[in-house]
Design a protein around this ligand. Structure first.
Ligand SMILES: Cc1cc2nc3c(=O)[nH]c(=O)nc-3n(C[C@H](O)[C@H](O)[C@H](O)COP(=O)(O)O)c2cc1C
Length: 333
């Protein structure tokens, strides 16, 4: 069905001022998006928009509206694709910047290119990559309907909220006791939200591609962990003579007899050297040999590279917060 007008009828003239209208609209709380595009000549376009909404599930359609007077109108009206980036609670500054005039909105902004070239901002809670399906001029705005080609989200991330002309960075439900009798959205079901399951899945995502690098060096997973711990120890002034087997077992999450057997095998393979602790002859210390260090260094470089790829769409602050929380969890705090 094409756009239909209510022909033959007319609206009553408004009995409210523009201010009253805006204030009433402000009672509708929304999220905040930045709509982005790459023009045919390669320029970046983007603006803050809260007029985003869903339209249809099948086909997947969304809408947003743009002021006719907007400087970026030509970029969006003429482009084939755009991306709708739903901002996270810690992205208020970005929302303000992409609504401001006379600033370089893109300076220092991290993004990756979407499937059709539209910029996907790092650190958002969701992105919708849209084909520019249709446009409807209504009043002083143009309504853009986008056909969603790709969408992604960060589960458990908090969106930035907007209401009454103000930003809200704290989600009202954050930290509150959820009502256990409330119906649960699919993502809140036990399996998808259980910490153990999430950690298992995350572990799989982290190691999926790195696993091959470990086996290519002829190592088992524990042997890789042993080499990584010994590599760190060699850089630390506290353990110049090596790491005690008990400490090593603790660090690589294995039983002491298992690690004792493993390091003996690794010593035969020339990856580590064992010697008695000068301060306590009953204690065996383990050091990586030059070969062991070289293999560890190569694997660590690969691990770091793979981590960077995995976290490419996270802001540095998010990545650091994630690691801090994981450390806290591991330490039982
Ligand atoms: C929270 C927020 C929501 C906004 N939503 C919209 C919107 O939905 N549509 C729009 O045209 N402008 C919206 N704006 C205003 C634009 O971001 C602003 O006018 C911007 O300067 C337009 O950029 P341009 O002139 O480069 O296109 C919003 C601003 C803020 C702060």
């Amino acid at each position: 069905m094409s756009p239909a007008r209510n022909a033959g009828h007319q609206a009553r003239p408004p009995d409210f001022s523009p201010r009253e209208f805006r204030a009433s609209l402000g009672m509708f709380a929304t999220g905040v998006t930045i709509v982005t595009a790459r023009t045919a000549s390669g320029e970046l376009a983007g603006l803050t928009a809260s007029s985003f909404n869903s339209v249809s599930l099948d086909p997947p359609l969304v809408l947003w509206s743009l002021a006719q007077a907007a400087g970026s109108m030509a970029a969006f009206a003429n482009g084939q694709h755009y991306a709708i980036n739903v901002l996270a609670a810690d992205q208020q500054a970005l929302a303000e910047r992409f609504a401001a005039r006379d600033v370089d909105r893109w300076q220092g902004v991290e993004f990756v290119e979407g499937v059709s070239g539209a910029p996907l901002l790092t650190g958002c809670v969701a992105t919708f990559e849209c084909f520019n399906r249709s446009q409807y001029t209504e009043g002083d705005h143009v309504i853009f309907v986008g056909e969603v080609e790709r969408c992604s989200r960060r589960a458990a991330a908090s969106p930035l909220l907007y209401h009454g002309g103000r930003f809200y960075t704290e989600h009202p439900l954050q930290g509150s006791q959820a009502d256990p009798s409330a119906p649960q959205a699919p993502d809140d079901r036990f399996v998808g939200s259980y910490l153990g399951y999430l950690l298992g899945q995350a572990n799989h995502a982290v190691y999926r591609d790195f696993e091959n690098a470990i086996t290519a060096q002829g190592l088992t997973h524990i042997a890789w962990r042993v080499l990584a711990v010994l590599h760190d120890a060699a850089l630390s002034p506290d353990e110049p003579a090596g790491v005690a087997i008990g400490q090593l077992a603790h660090d690589v999450l294995a039983k002491q007899p298992t690690v004792t057997k493993l390091v003996q095998r690794m010593a035969e393979e020339g990856l580590v050297a064992l010697h008695a602790d000068a301060a306590d002859q009953r204690r065996t210390l383990v050091l990586a040999t030059d070969t062991g260090q070289r293999i560890a260094a190569a694997l660590i470089a690969q691990a770091r590279e793979q981590e960077t790829t995995l976290l490419a769409r996270w802001s540095p602050r998010e990545a650091e917060t994630l690691k801090r929380h994981l450390q806290r969890l591991a330490q039982g705090r």
